[in-house]
Design a protein around this ligand. Structure first.
Ligand code: PGA
Length: 248
Protein backbone atom coordinates (compact mmCIF):
# COMPACT_ATOMS: atom_id res chain seq x y z
CA UNK A 1 0.00 0.00 0.00
CA UNK A 2 1.58 3.28 -1.11
CA UNK A 3 0.53 6.21 1.11
CA UNK A 4 0.02 9.30 -1.09
CA UNK A 5 2.55 12.05 -0.56
CA UNK A 6 2.10 15.73 -1.36
CA UNK A 7 5.29 17.76 -1.05
CA UNK A 8 5.73 21.51 -1.44
CA UNK A 9 9.04 22.69 -2.85
CA UNK A 10 9.32 26.32 -1.83
CA UNK A 11 12.51 26.76 -3.86
CA UNK A 12 14.36 30.06 -3.23
CA UNK A 13 11.26 31.76 -1.83
CA UNK A 14 10.09 32.96 1.59
CA UNK A 15 12.27 34.56 4.25
CA UNK A 16 12.34 32.67 7.56
CA UNK A 17 9.54 34.94 8.83
CA UNK A 18 7.42 34.38 5.72
CA UNK A 19 8.11 30.64 5.85
CA UNK A 20 6.95 30.55 9.45
CA UNK A 21 3.75 32.39 8.51
CA UNK A 22 3.14 29.95 5.67
CA UNK A 23 3.58 26.81 7.75
CA UNK A 24 1.44 28.23 10.56
CA UNK A 25 -1.31 29.06 8.08
CA UNK A 26 -1.04 25.60 6.59
CA UNK A 27 -1.26 23.60 9.81
CA UNK A 28 -5.01 23.82 10.48
CA UNK A 29 -5.83 23.54 6.77
CA UNK A 30 -4.11 20.21 6.20
CA UNK A 31 -4.68 18.54 9.55
CA UNK A 32 -7.16 16.08 8.06
CA UNK A 33 -5.18 15.30 4.94
CA UNK A 34 -5.08 11.60 4.11
CA UNK A 35 -1.82 12.11 2.25
CA UNK A 36 1.53 12.56 3.93
CA UNK A 37 2.21 16.31 3.73
CA UNK A 38 5.76 17.62 3.40
CA UNK A 39 7.08 21.16 3.03
CA UNK A 40 10.60 21.96 1.84
CA UNK A 41 11.69 25.49 2.81
CA UNK A 42 15.14 26.99 2.24
CA UNK A 43 17.93 25.91 4.58
CA UNK A 44 17.76 29.15 6.54
CA UNK A 45 14.05 28.69 7.27
CA UNK A 46 14.29 25.01 8.23
CA UNK A 47 14.75 25.61 11.92
CA UNK A 48 11.70 27.88 12.29
CA UNK A 49 9.52 25.67 10.12
CA UNK A 50 10.56 22.50 11.98
CA UNK A 51 9.66 24.08 15.31
CA UNK A 52 6.32 25.32 14.02
CA UNK A 53 5.48 21.96 12.46
CA UNK A 54 6.17 20.01 15.67
CA UNK A 55 3.07 18.17 16.83
CA UNK A 56 1.30 18.69 13.49
CA UNK A 57 0.99 16.31 10.55
CA UNK A 58 3.33 18.44 8.44
CA UNK A 59 6.73 16.91 7.77
CA UNK A 60 9.76 18.86 6.71
CA UNK A 61 12.28 18.35 3.95
CA UNK A 62 15.36 20.14 2.63
CA UNK A 63 15.82 21.03 -1.03
CA UNK A 64 19.36 19.76 -1.44
CA UNK A 65 22.46 18.61 0.43
CA UNK A 66 26.09 17.71 -0.26
CA UNK A 67 27.14 14.09 -0.11
CA UNK A 68 30.03 14.52 2.35
CA UNK A 69 29.44 14.44 6.13
CA UNK A 70 31.64 17.45 6.95
CA UNK A 71 34.81 19.23 5.88
CA UNK A 72 36.16 21.98 3.68
CA UNK A 73 33.19 22.40 1.33
CA UNK A 74 32.37 26.09 1.67
CA UNK A 75 28.72 26.87 1.31
CA UNK A 76 27.49 23.29 1.43
CA UNK A 77 25.11 21.55 3.85
CA UNK A 78 25.70 18.03 5.15
CA UNK A 79 23.10 15.28 5.69
CA UNK A 80 24.45 15.03 9.24
CA UNK A 81 23.25 18.58 9.95
CA UNK A 82 19.85 17.93 8.41
CA UNK A 83 19.41 14.77 10.45
CA UNK A 84 20.50 16.56 13.63
CA UNK A 85 17.74 19.10 13.04
CA UNK A 86 15.14 16.33 12.56
CA UNK A 87 14.63 17.02 8.89
CA UNK A 88 12.97 13.93 7.43
CA UNK A 89 13.09 14.33 3.64
CA UNK A 90 15.52 15.81 1.14
CA UNK A 91 14.83 16.66 -2.51
CA UNK A 92 17.75 15.49 -4.65
CA UNK A 93 18.55 16.00 -8.30
CA UNK A 94 15.86 18.59 -8.95
CA UNK A 95 16.02 19.71 -12.58
CA UNK A 96 16.98 23.22 -11.48
CA UNK A 97 20.03 21.74 -9.74
CA UNK A 98 20.83 19.69 -12.81
CA UNK A 99 20.39 22.71 -15.09
CA UNK A 100 21.89 25.63 -13.14
CA UNK A 101 24.37 23.83 -10.89
CA UNK A 102 25.32 21.12 -13.36
CA UNK A 103 24.58 18.19 -11.09
CA UNK A 104 25.20 14.89 -12.83
CA UNK A 105 23.49 11.56 -12.29
CA UNK A 106 26.72 10.30 -10.71
CA UNK A 107 26.79 13.14 -8.21
CA UNK A 108 23.11 12.73 -7.43
CA UNK A 109 23.74 9.01 -6.85
CA UNK A 110 26.32 9.92 -4.20
CA UNK A 111 23.81 12.25 -2.57
CA UNK A 112 21.08 9.60 -2.54
CA UNK A 113 23.50 7.11 -0.93
CA UNK A 114 24.59 9.65 1.66
CA UNK A 115 21.00 10.66 2.48
CA UNK A 116 20.02 7.02 3.01
CA UNK A 117 23.14 6.36 5.06
CA UNK A 118 22.10 9.13 7.44
CA UNK A 119 18.44 8.11 7.60
CA UNK A 120 17.04 10.90 5.43
CA UNK A 121 14.31 10.08 2.92
CA UNK A 122 15.40 11.19 -0.54
CA UNK A 123 12.91 12.55 -3.05
CA UNK A 124 14.83 11.82 -6.22
CA UNK A 125 13.76 13.96 -9.17
CA UNK A 126 13.98 12.79 -12.76
CA UNK A 127 12.56 14.27 -15.94
CA UNK A 128 13.19 15.00 -19.59
CA UNK A 129 13.63 18.40 -21.25
CA UNK A 130 11.33 19.59 -24.02
CA UNK A 131 14.09 18.96 -26.55
CA UNK A 132 14.49 15.39 -25.34
CA UNK A 133 10.74 14.80 -25.46
CA UNK A 134 10.54 16.17 -29.01
CA UNK A 135 13.43 13.97 -30.08
CA UNK A 136 11.47 10.97 -28.78
CA UNK A 137 14.11 10.00 -26.22
CA UNK A 138 12.07 10.56 -23.04
CA UNK A 139 12.26 6.93 -21.95
CA UNK A 140 16.01 6.68 -22.62
CA UNK A 141 16.70 9.80 -20.57
CA UNK A 142 14.46 8.78 -17.68
CA UNK A 143 15.75 5.19 -17.72
CA UNK A 144 19.33 6.42 -17.49
CA UNK A 145 18.54 8.89 -14.72
CA UNK A 146 16.75 6.26 -12.63
CA UNK A 147 19.42 3.60 -13.11
CA UNK A 148 22.39 5.87 -12.51
CA UNK A 149 20.93 7.82 -9.59
CA UNK A 150 19.84 4.64 -7.81
CA UNK A 151 22.89 2.48 -8.56
CA UNK A 152 24.67 0.46 -5.85
CA UNK A 153 22.42 1.27 -2.92
CA UNK A 154 21.73 -2.30 -1.75
CA UNK A 155 23.13 -1.79 1.74
CA UNK A 156 20.62 0.95 2.59
CA UNK A 157 16.97 1.01 3.61
CA UNK A 158 15.51 1.56 0.19
CA UNK A 159 11.93 1.72 1.44
CA UNK A 160 12.62 5.37 2.19
CA UNK A 161 13.23 6.29 -1.45
CA UNK A 162 10.64 8.48 -3.15
CA UNK A 163 10.92 9.30 -6.86
CA UNK A 164 9.42 12.40 -8.48
CA UNK A 165 8.81 12.52 -12.22
CA UNK A 166 9.07 16.15 -13.24
CA UNK A 167 9.15 16.82 -16.97
CA UNK A 168 11.36 19.91 -17.21
CA UNK A 169 9.03 21.53 -19.76
CA UNK A 170 6.17 21.38 -17.26
CA UNK A 171 7.98 23.04 -14.34
CA UNK A 172 6.83 26.58 -13.66
CA UNK A 173 5.44 26.88 -17.18
CA UNK A 174 1.77 26.31 -16.47
CA UNK A 175 1.98 23.34 -18.86
CA UNK A 176 1.09 20.12 -17.06
CA UNK A 177 1.79 16.75 -18.61
CA UNK A 178 -1.50 15.07 -19.44
CA UNK A 179 -2.52 12.63 -16.76
CA UNK A 180 -2.11 9.81 -19.29
CA UNK A 181 1.43 10.90 -20.24
CA UNK A 182 2.44 11.32 -16.59
CA UNK A 183 0.96 7.94 -15.72
CA UNK A 184 2.75 6.27 -18.61
CA UNK A 185 6.18 7.66 -17.72
CA UNK A 186 5.65 6.87 -14.04
CA UNK A 187 4.69 3.31 -14.99
CA UNK A 188 7.92 3.14 -16.97
CA UNK A 189 9.88 4.42 -13.94
CA UNK A 190 8.31 1.65 -11.86
CA UNK A 191 9.52 -0.93 -14.40
CA UNK A 192 13.01 0.52 -14.15
CA UNK A 193 12.81 0.35 -10.36
CA UNK A 194 12.15 -3.36 -10.68
CA UNK A 195 15.55 -3.73 -12.33
CA UNK A 196 17.46 -1.53 -9.89
CA UNK A 197 15.62 -2.13 -6.62
CA UNK A 198 13.80 -5.41 -7.21
CA UNK A 199 10.16 -6.40 -7.60
CA UNK A 200 8.94 -5.71 -4.05
CA UNK A 201 10.40 -2.22 -3.82
CA UNK A 202 9.22 -1.33 -7.30
CA UNK A 203 5.66 -2.03 -6.17
CA UNK A 204 6.04 -0.21 -2.85
CA UNK A 205 8.02 2.88 -3.90
CA UNK A 206 6.07 6.09 -4.15
CA UNK A 207 6.44 7.94 -7.42
CA UNK A 208 5.18 11.52 -7.54
CA UNK A 209 4.35 13.76 -10.46
CA UNK A 210 5.62 17.34 -10.51
CA UNK A 211 5.21 20.22 -12.94
CA UNK A 212 2.53 22.91 -12.68
CA UNK A 213 0.40 20.94 -10.23
CA UNK A 214 -2.50 23.05 -8.91
CA UNK A 215 -5.72 22.52 -7.00
CA UNK A 216 -7.53 22.39 -10.35
CA UNK A 217 -5.56 19.43 -11.75
CA UNK A 218 -4.47 17.44 -8.68
CA UNK A 219 -7.55 15.25 -8.51
CA UNK A 220 -7.34 13.93 -12.05
CA UNK A 221 -3.62 13.24 -11.60
CA UNK A 222 -4.26 11.36 -8.35
CA UNK A 223 -6.89 9.22 -10.05
CA UNK A 224 -4.22 7.64 -12.20
CA UNK A 225 -3.06 4.26 -10.89
CA UNK A 226 0.69 4.88 -11.05
CA UNK A 227 0.72 8.42 -9.59
CA UNK A 228 1.26 8.39 -5.83
CA UNK A 229 1.40 12.10 -5.12
CA UNK A 230 2.81 15.40 -6.23
CA UNK A 231 5.85 17.61 -5.86
CA UNK A 232 4.43 21.11 -6.02
CA UNK A 233 6.43 24.27 -6.68
CA UNK A 234 4.64 27.56 -7.34
CA UNK A 235 1.28 26.45 -5.96
CA UNK A 236 2.87 25.44 -2.64
CA UNK A 237 3.69 29.07 -1.79
CA UNK A 238 0.07 29.87 -0.97
CA UNK A 239 -1.37 28.14 2.10
CA UNK A 240 -4.96 27.89 0.85
CA UNK A 241 -3.96 26.62 -2.58
CA UNK A 242 -1.45 24.09 -1.26
CA UNK A 243 -3.95 22.87 1.33
CA UNK A 244 -6.50 22.25 -1.43
CA UNK A 245 -3.88 20.18 -3.24
CA UNK A 246 -2.94 18.27 -0.08
CA UNK A 247 -6.54 17.31 0.68
CA UNK A 248 -7.45 16.89 -3.03
P1 PGA B 1 5.98 23.98 -10.34
O1 PGA B 1 7.37 23.31 -9.84
O2 PGA B 1 4.90 23.29 -9.55
O3 PGA B 1 6.11 25.42 -10.04
O4 PGA B 1 5.88 23.68 -11.81
C1 PGA B 1 7.48 21.97 -9.52
C2 PGA B 1 8.87 21.64 -9.05
O5 PGA B 1 9.83 22.18 -9.62
O6 PGA B 1 9.06 20.84 -8.11
Amino acid sequence: MRVPLIAGNWKMNKTPKEALELVNALKPLVQNAAAEVVVCPTFVALSDVLKAAEGSNIKVGAQNMYHQDSGAYTGEISPVFLKAMNVEFVILGHSERRQYFLESNEEINKKVASALKHGLKPILCVGETLEEREKGITFDVIGEQVKKCLADLQQYNLEDVVVAYEPVWAIGTGRTATKEDANEVIGFIRQQLKEVLGEKLSVNTRILYGGSVKSSNIRELMEMPEIDGALVGGASLDAAEFAKIAIY
